[in-house]
Structures are given as structure tokens and as C-alpha cells.
Design a protein around this ligand. Structure first.
Ligand SMILES: Nc1ncnc2c1ncn2[C@@H]1O[C@H](COP(=O)(O)OP(=O)(O)OP(=O)(O)O)[C@@H](O)[C@H]1O
Ligand SMILES: [Mg+2]
Length: 326
């Protein structure tokens, strides 16, 4: 459904997107995970035809994003990080306006808008002004708006940024349903690791380059197994004994020994048998996407990596400029 070949975008001497290639299957959820300035929004902007690539090609539903922008735009919906709703209109009016912009037939508009409002559980609030909505309700309304023209691909740029955990979970329940119920393809960016877990495939992007790509399970396997942490009464001796037992190197950090093992749960009984009398505690940690991220980029995703939204605001401005004309 999405095909990207050697895509490059330079801004002056900054290479924001540096020769990336990937494919996204129809009806799947694809995630872009990357730190601040990695090139996520720039990639989305090129796929959404808001920016033209410096070189390379991108296709959506078989249409060339550079040469067939009108067809691409009909095939996609976009949910930007910053709200682009009109706060002085009601939820219903916002969606009806969007249906009008997208040439949804006049006699179909009310039905489509009603369906979308039901889908995100906002039908009862349809006649309220958006300025009276909570952050989570606004996000849901934006997702609903992105669905009005029944796009084949929905782009979500950090869709749950700044929402509380419960609202994030609720929103994800709606989003995950889209491929299942409507065969829609989803391309999203996030810096929340647990959200990246819902993706069928993930690309980790850093400094404009795709570092790795695969299913969450495949990526976690590259870490090389589980990590076992052991506290003992005598770390020095325990370290030597465990190293002898498994013929691997054991490290120490914060007064705790740790080692990586393919099947961590099977190793623990052996450790206890060998040095049981010295063991104070043992814990097992399965690899997380955060570990993968750390390994690939040398950094952890932290709150300061969260987008300031400036580039998104620019993208929203150009989105508005386009659709205000249309
Ligand atoms: N219009 C622009 N002009 C100049 N440089 C830009 C422009 N848009 C983006 N960049 C630069 O391109 C790089 C990638 O930016 P981009 O917005 O794509 O990152 P991102 O992965 O979306 O980051 P974030 O997590 O902060 O949203 C950054 O170095 C940014 O400064
Ligand atoms: Mg961004």
C-alpha cells in the first residue's frame, strides 16, 4: 500500500531524510520510532505530498506522491500532532466541513459524519463546540475527521502526545480497530514504546536513516536474549562462579551482577544450584523496544525527545493552505 524507494530530503545542508526505503502492506500498522529531529515528520510530509523529495520515490496505493498528488491525497487521511480543528464550530460542523472539502457527495455527508462520530464515541456530543472538549475528545474527533473520506491509508504523527495514559489507551482501541474492521493501512509515529508494540512492523529511524526494520518480536530478538540481574552477598566470587558455569562474561552495575541469556528463565535454576547460598535476589528482564532503540541509536527515548511541534505546525500550515484553496 505504501512503497518508498531511496527517499531523500535535504533542507540546505541538512539531510533530514537520508536514502530510506521500505514497504507497508495493506491493512497493517506500520510505526516510525525515532528521537527528536530523526526525520519522521519530514517523511510523513513527503508521503502526504506536502513536501517534494530531493530524490527518490514514494507511492501510495500505486500512485506516485510527486506526480499524482491529487490521487494520493484522496487516498490518505492525516492526523497531525497539533489540533487543526475549528474550536468555534461544533464537532458535527467540523466534520461536515471536512466532508465538503473532500467532495463527499451531499446526500452522503450526514451519514458518513454520523458514522464517524459513533465510531469514536462522540455522537452524543456532536452539537457541542469543540472548545468545550477535553484533549482526548479533540484527538478522537481528529481521528474521526481523518476517516470521513474513507482513506485507504491513515497517517498519525504522534497521535497521543500529551494525553493521559487512560485516554491514550482508549484512543488506541479505536485506532487498532481500523485495519481489522475497515482494512485500512496505518502509518504512525510515536515515542511511546508501548504504543510501538501495537505495530505489525516498526522502523527505527535516527538522523534521517532507517537503522533497523521488523516486527517488534524480530527487533527484540536482536538484543540477544533476556537480561538476568543477581544480587549476592559476594559479587566478586559469584561473578567468577557464574562465568565458569555459562562460559560468558558477567557484568556489574549498581552493586548488581547482570548477564544476557537466550532463555533467561531456564538459566535461573542453574544459577541458584551453583551459588544458591550467596544469592540475595534474582530478577529477569525481557528485552523491550527501548533496549532495541538504545542499541541502535546509543540513546534512550526520553521526554526531551518529544517534538516541539514547530515542524508539524509548518506542515499544518501548508496542509491548510492547500485545502483552503481546494
Ligand atoms: N522546513 C524545514 N527547514 C529546514 N529544516 C527542517 C525543516 N523541517 C525539518 N527540518 C530539519 O530536518 C530534520 C528532521 O526533522 P523532522 O521534523 O522530520 O524530525 P522528527 O523526526 O519529526 O522529529 P520530532 O520527534 O521532533 O517531531 C531536523 O534536523 C529539522 O531541523
Ligand atoms: Mg515530528
Amino acid at each position: 500500500m505504501i512503497s518508498v524507494e531511496n527517499l531523500v530530503k535535504c533542507f540546505g545542508n541538512i539531510t533530514a531524510v537520508n536514502d530510506i526505503s521500505f514497504e507497508v502492506d495493506e491493512g497493517s500498522i506500520f510505526g516510525f520510532l525515532g528521537p527528536n529531529g530523526a526525520g519522521k515528520t519530514t517523511t510523513i510530509s513527503m508521503l502526504c505530498t506536502l513536501l517534494s523529495p530531493t530524490s527518490g520515490k514514494a507511492f501510495i496505493n500505486g500512485f506516485d506522491c510527486s506526480k499524482e498528488s491529487a490521487k494520493v491525497r484522496k487516498a490518505i487521511g492525516i492526523v497531525f500532532q497539533d489540533s487543526t480543528l475549528d474550536k468555534e464550530l461544533t464537532a458535527y460542523e467540523n466534520l461536515m466541513f471536512h466532508a465538503f472539502l473532500y467532495d463527499v457527495k451531499k446526500d452522503e455527508r450526514a451519514q458518513r459524519v454520523g458514522d464517524a462520530l459513533h465510531f469514536v464515541n462522540l455522537h452524543e456530543r456532536r452539537n457541542d463546540l469543540v472548545k468545550k472538549f477535553s484533549g482526548g475528545m479533540k484527538r478522537r474527533l481528529e481521528v474521526a475527521r481523518g476517516l470521513i473520506h474513507r482513506p485507504k491509508v491513515l497517517f498519525l504523527d504522534e497521535p497521543t502526545l500529551g494525553l493521559d495514559p487512560q485516554t491514550r489507551t482508549n484512543l488506541w482501541e479505536f485506532i487498532i480497530d481500523l485495519p481489522r474492521k475497515h482494512g485500512m493501512t496505518i502509518f504512525m509515529t510515536t515515542h511511546y514504546m508501548e504504543e510501538a508494540e501495537v505495530c505489525d512492523r516498526i522502523a527505527i529511524i535516527d538522523k534521517g536513516k532507517i537503522m533497523t526494520i521488523g516486527t517488534p518480536e524480530e527487533l527484540k530478538k536482536t538484543i540477544g536474549g533476556d537480561v538476568i540481574y543477581i544480587k549476592t552477598t559476594d559479587n566478586k566470587e559469584a561473578k567468577t562462579e557464574i562465568e565458569k558455569l555459562f562460559q560468558i562474561e558477567v557484568s556489574e552495575k549498581n552493586n548488581e551482577l547482570f548477564l544476557t541469556a537466550l532463555k533467561g528463565d531456564a538459566c535461573i535454576p542453574e544459577i541458584i544450584r551453583a551459588i544458591g547460598e550467596k544469592v540475595l535476589s534474582v530478577r529477569l528482564q525481557r528485552p523491550t523496544l527501548n533496549d532495541v532503540f538504545l542499541k541502535m541509536t546509543g540513546r534512550e527515548i526520553r521526554s526531551e525527545d518529544i517534538s516541539s511541534g514547530d515542524t508539524i505546525k509548518e506542515a499544518v500550515r501548508s496542509y491548510r493552505r492547500h485545502f483552503d484553496r481546494g
